[in-house]
Design a protein around this ligand. Sequence first.
Ligand code: NOJ
Length: 736
Amino acid sequence: MKRTTLISSFFVSIGLCFTLLTVAQTPLYKDKNAPVEKRISDLLKRMTLEEKILQLNQYTFGINNNPNNIGPEVKKLPNGIGSLIYFSADPVLRNQIQKKAMEESRLCIPILFGFDIIHGLRTVYPISIAQACSWNPDLVTQLCAVAAKESVLSGVDWTFSPMIDVARDPRWGRVSEGYGEDPYTNAVFGVASVKGYQGKNLSDSYSIAACLKHYVGYGMSEGGRDYRYSDVSAQSLWETYLPPYEACVKAGAATLMSGFNDISGVPATANYYTLTEILKKRWKHDGFVVSDWNAVKQLVWQGVAKDEKESGLKAFMAGVEMDMKDDIYRVHFPALVAEKKIPMKNIDDAVARVLRVKFRLGLFDEPYTKVVEEKERYLKPEDVALAQKLTEETMVLLKNKNNTLPLSANISKIALIGPMAKDQENIVGSWSFNVKTADAETLYDGIQKEFKNATINYALGCDFDGTNEAGFAEALDKANESEVIILCLGEKKTWSGENASRSTIALPAIQEKLMQELKKTGKPIILVLSNGRPLELVRLEPLADAIVEIWQPGIAGGTPLAGILSGRVNPSAKLAITFPLTTGQIPTYYNMRQCARPYGTEGNYQDISTEPLYWFGHGLSYTSFTYGDAKLSATKITKSQKMTVEVTVANSGSVKGKETVLWYISDPACSISRPMKELKYFEKKEINAGEKAVYKFEIDPMRDLSFTNATGKRFVEAGDFYVHVNNQKIKFEIVE
Ligand code: NOJ
């Protein structure tokens, strides 16, 4: 053998040994090709108790601009902290913090950065209640994917969204954050957003983890008062509040957040039954639960723990793996483990759940955020266009007397009045902390662009509230000079969202008075409403020739509204929440149970109508849709057979339009009383003028006709059922 060959084989062997040594030394949990469960158990074996406990804590970092969640900025982060609420959107800062975790902590466990990206980060799109009115879950999925991409590029791995709390009391400010009064609608839109955030795979470059909140029953807050007791019976827990969670858990949602509320005596954050029995044991959820802000400590105030230590014990043993911001787990768990009140196996299981989400997100393998210029990160034209598309489908045409809308193309003078007309602050809605108000298109700008040949006579008229009528005179002058009045009223963004309950859902008196004064001009009034909850419109509706509910559309509201006013866009939204006639009618929701005296003369209010102003499902179009007779594939089936019902819908008007068909089921005689009807399926299609479309609903008895008892067991009973579509009610039978 030649000397050179000898020398080179010597070096090759050394190199091989070195590689083998390095491989042997690289812990399994760092091997990105190893299965996640193996990586978790390898890492767990290496962790000290202190390191494990730190993984179960979430601190805050950055300037906290959430008025409801005031807390000191944590300057010194313990190395090895599990998660941070990241109040910044700066990827560079995130990378610096992450670098500390990756390079200075003993085991290099990446931090999970979470934040409230509720309806977009910078490309802020309509609030959730508006999204539900679109009946277009695919668009919601696409917008959530945009939100996820902007989050990833800002250093956020985990959003505290979607909120899937069924809510039937519009005094509760958080009705704006969910998908309305119906469990099925919350389930469908919850799943749509989980899919958008998490993508096909959590480890994809632009996927973030979703967090279902607020598990569970928070929407039932008594009197619509936030943070208060909620009386959730076992029946309504299973029938109304759990179904959206079950659907989203099945869709793979990585995490959940426990609620502030009390589930009939056992707070949601200390509720073993919902957190462990149902979520982990029955539904086999293998991600983790984070408490809501201070929810662990609040167990003391709720009266189920004598001190913070006990509150930590109760929350953890019930099934809350991560303590948001309270620092109770970090402080008290070493002693609770030493005292054997918390078994090590529970700690290990909780840590494994947190690590599982981190591994699935790919954080161990790619802990840093790609840093790109701001213009590459946010508000990409195609994303803004997508937001506009969704926004068009969220605006509900509530009233259109004598076809006031669309406005004539020849209109030359439009009075544009009201506090919402030029607003950029409130139109984006709550939970839009990263928005730049300058990015928000005003209604004024959209209308001016659309009606290029018209003079827009703008006046503020009045503020959102207060008593100052000084602007009325100018508003009246502008109205008198114009052919039509577009009156833009509504709510400030702080009037809904967290800690934003209201004792009345009417607009402040000053706004109502402005409209009453404008009515005296005799000009037609188009009332445009931007708000985060259903409103009491009993005094305003008679004054309006047309009403468009635009909710809080986010940054792209002006052009879609203008499109609806001009007829460029045919409205297609329908309400996902009922508008009561007055606040006193609350709660009123379409899926109430039957009245014991349902003949229409008894059990009603004596002073006002018992009917709400606009039911769930209400929404007008510029075309007319004519429903043919719905046809069933069978009138009798057994419990295990499926059947189909279909209806042909004709666009009998003169413009193209989108129609959502809502399919409901009712069961008139059952061993428990059932809701008057329940939404089971919906489908939205675009139909050209003069054309028809067929809509089909496949009825699966176990899914669509069954009911749950108070323990979650489902039954189908033989007997008569009805399927409801539009104003038709068709009977069929289930036989043994
Ligand atoms: C409290 C809110 O209830 C919750 O929805 C939110 O995600 C957390 N604070 C974190 O900001």
